[in-house]
Design a protein around this ligand. Structure first.
Ligand SMILES: Nc1ncnc2c1ncn2[C@@H]1O[C@H](COP(=O)(O)OP(=O)(O)OP(=O)(O)O)[C@@H](O)[C@H]1O
Ligand SMILES: [Mg+2]
Length: 291
């Protein structure tokens, strides 16, 4: 299925540990396998995505020594994000992050000043800060079909605001065993609403993606029903990501289909997720007609 235009996507939730990075690891990997040109941007100072991609790269090129030559923070300071791009596997590139990405809000404050909500110059200062990542991605966006941005669990932070503003679509993920449905709602009603309504951000919700459901859990079903009530059934992904122990191995072994359990994970969980994702893009009119 061919895209009408390149798309930037962020997986979001105002709370942590809901599967944002997990989804941002596997979905781009599968899309790259299917022939799409994909870039993943690690906009989380924890660098979890960078670690997985480093191990994945090393796995595919065992004879080469993997060195992170430039961090995202260095490339942002130089105002040249393209200079930090590293190829991971065919069709999949990344912009890696390090702990120095923790300085991003400080960098923005030094460049544009500090203004809190309620200050007379808040909108002027804030509207300059929130578009920095979008503007830096603009020159490289045309080289890709998809750019995926991973974010930290820090609501209202510049990491999340910049990633959201840079994105054409956000996927709001939540986990059925925690209070992360509240985090999903908070993200929509606070972070996203303010960026769209007050700052005119051109972004929208592609879908609400429930993660880590145990089929037998009564609580999980109640949370799903609550999600349907809050967001509307048509806005939920068809494919709920099940609890899959194997998903937890990616930070240790990298991304691969090799081996029985990995190939089962891809067949049963990741491939259907990618199908569902592309189907949703079709519904919202991002796929070329006739595809
Ligand atoms: N479907 C799943 N089945 C089993 N384990 C999962 C599943 N989804 C996520 N996990 C595990 O849950 C933990 C949190 O997931 P992940 O790191 O993707 O969340 P996150 O939202 O990115 O967290 P943070 O907010 O800290 O960045 C990880 O250990 C991950 O392996
Ligand atoms: Mg994460």
């Amino acid at each position: 299925m061919k895209l009408k235009r390149p798309l930037t996507i962020t997986v979001a939730n105002a709370k942590g540990g809901v599967g944002k990075t997990t989804i941002t690891r596997y979905l781009p990997f599968v899309l790259a396998e299917r022939g799409y040109k994909v870039l993943v941007v690690d906009a989380d100072p924890q660098g979890n995505l960078t670690k997985t991609m480093g191990i994945t790269k090393q796995r595919y090129e065992p004879d080469k020594v993997f060195v992170m030559e430039k961090s995202m923070m260095a490339a942002v300071v130089e105002q040249d994000l393209g200079s930090a791009i590293v190829n991971v596997v065919p069709n999949l590139d990344e912009i890696p992050s390090n702990v120095d990405w923790g300085s991003f809000p400080t960098y923005l404050a030094k460049r544009f000043g500090l203004a809190e909500k309620g200050d007379p110059d808040y909108y002027e200062v804030e509207s300059k800060k929130i578009v920095v990542l979008k503007n830096l991605l603009a020159p490289i966006k045309g080289n890709y079909d998809f750019i995926f941005i991973d974010t930290p669990p820090t609501p209202a932070s510049q990491w999340i605001r910049n990633a959201t503003v840079a994105s054409d679509w956000v996927i709001i993920a939540f986990q059925t065993q925690s209070d992360s449905l509240d985090g999903a709602k908070l993200f929509r009603d606070n972070d996203l609403r303010e960026l769209i309504e007050d700052f005119g951000a051109d972004t929208d919700v592609l879908g609400i993606l429930p993660n880590q459901v145990s089929n037998s859990g009564a609580i999980d079903q109640i949370v799903i029903e609550d999600a349907i009530e809050i967001f509307g059934e048509q806005n939920l992904f068809q494919h709920i990501i099940p609890f899959a122990k194997r998903i937890q191995s990616a930070p240790r072994i990298g991304l691969t289909r090799e081996g029985y359990w990995n190939s089962r994970l891809f067949n049963d969980v990741i491939d259907p997720l990618a199908d569902d994702f592309l189907e949703r893009l079709k519904i919202v009119g991002e796929i070329e007609d006739g595809e």
